[in-house]
Ligand binder design. Structure first.
Ligand SMILES: *Cc1c(COP(=O)(O)O)cnc(C)c1O
Length: 406
């Protein structure tokens, strides 16, 4: 029995590239060393492999390899950057600015920092998902030590004006932190070019293995430090203790090397497929809306609302065949509408009817054709059953209807 299964949820995690797996295998068997073991060749070889991986990752983002701190993933890197910088610099000030549309790894960490005595401003974004730079400027006080803005949004793919924000931070002498998890390896990302001082990213969103990520920490002008959040052997320049995940780092490094070589080709191909998916759905169906800026957006992502159709229910119609997500993976267990889309000012109805499609290196044109057909059928089916849709088709002004029974 083979059911065709199509994976269009690459923003949740990507499959590992087979070329990545190949490089990792020896580090499970022949070279089992701990990179911190200095007394035998197994340790030296492991250390060499880590060093090479660090260099491949640093090269991808135009950094020095001494600026890469390995972590277990982007969640840990976000925690280390935000809490670590807050603890390190709180004598200077206690205020942090971030966006309402950030990933929970940033938002929940900021909530914790508030409990630790910090003040955090959560800025609204515009309807297109972008931060308004004037509002950002206006939120800065003489106590502001850090601004945290994600490079690209995981739900909408919207890319923030990183250089402009970096210039504001430089002018005001504020640290600039970015969760760049969704951007690294997919589009050119260079923290030094835009003035980012701390940057979190992860291997499993760029065709590497799960359980390994990194924090970029700017070394010069300014020399940035973060207070360690784990105490132990003092690995990673004292910023992150714990035995390094050698096979994971080897794979992460290879994934970075492949991304550097292939991202332009991948992006060009995937943006054609993404556009085909979008236009296919818009041609087949009425009342279809794209969420977030189309101009400032990742090439492989589209977030679409199918008005008067409930996103979770829609997913049930093709769940066995097509993997997508409604809301973000982390919140889609609940039936709350996506807080990211709500922050863009979408009404409940459009937020509830949204689906995120995120394509990846292993998707084909056939996948997209299959998805357009399945979605078209699913949406049509759901609307056929919907009294709301019937009223809409009869020309009833739904906004003017007084619904009884709340
Ligand atoms: C996936 C993701 C994370 C979490 O990364 P992990 O490596 O799974 O901890 C953080 N931020 C963003 C924007 C993400 O997309």
């Amino acid at each position: 029995m083979s059911v065709r299964q199509i994976y269009l949820d690459n923003n949740s995690t990507t499959p590992v590239d087979p070329r990545v797996v190949d490089t990792m295998v020896p580090y499970f068997y022949e070279i089992p060393g701990n990179a911190a073991s200095r007394s035998h060749p197994f340790g030296w070889q492991a250390e060499e492999a880590v060093d090479y991986g660090r260099e491949q990752i640093a090269n991808l983002i135009g950094a020095d390899k001494r600026e890469i701190i390995f972590t277990s993933g982007a969640t840990e890197a976000d925690n280390l950057a935000l809490k670590g910088a807050f603890e390190m610099y709180r004598r200077k000030g206690d205020h942090i600015i971030t966006l309402e549309t950030e990933h929970k790894a940033v938002l929940d960490t900021c909530k914790k920092i508030e409990k630790m005595g910090g003040n955090v401003t959560y800025l609204k974004v515009e309807r297109n998902g972008l931060v308004d730079l004037n509002k950002l400027r206006a939120a800065i006080t003489d106590k502001t030590i850090l601004i945290s803005v994600m490079w690209a949004n995981n739900e909408t793919g919207v890319i923030q004006p990183m250089k402009e924000i970096g210039d504001i931070c430089a002018e005001k002498g504020i640290l600039f932190m970015s969760d760049a998890t969704q951007a690294v390896g997919k589009i050119p990302v260079n923290p030094k070019e835009v003035g980012v001082h701390l940057m979190a990213f992860t291997s499993h969103k760029m065709y590497g293995p799960k359980g390994v990520g990194a924090l970029y920490v700017n070394r010069k002008n300014p020399r940035v430090k973060v207070t360690a959040q784990l105490d132990g052997g003092g690995h990673e320049r004292g910023m992150r203790s714990g035995t390094l995940n050698v096979p994971g780092i080897v794979g992460f490094g290879k994934a970075a090397e492949l991304a550097q070589k292939e991202m332009h080709e991948d992006a060009a191909r995937l943006s054609v497929l993404r556009d085909k998916l979008q236009s296919g759905l818009m041609n087949n169906l009425e009342e279809v809306y794209i969420n977030g800026s189309e101009e400032h957006r990742m090439p492989h992502v589209t977030n679409i609302s199918f008005k008067h159709v409930e996103g979770e229910g829609l997913m049930m119609t093709f769940n066995q065949n097509i993997a997508v997500s409604s809301g973000s993976a982390c919140t889609s267990a609940s039936l709350e509408p996506s807080y990211v889309l709500m922050a863009l000012g979408l009404g409940d109805d459009l937020a509830h009817s949204s689906i995120r499609f995120s394509l990846g290196r292993f998707n084909t044109e056939e996948d997209v054709d299959f998805a357009v057909e399945a979605l078209t059928k699913g949406v049509t089916h759901m609307r056929d059953l919907s009294p709301i849709w019937e009223m809409y088709k009869e020309g009833v002004d739904l906004d003017a209807v007084e619904w009884s029974a709340h």
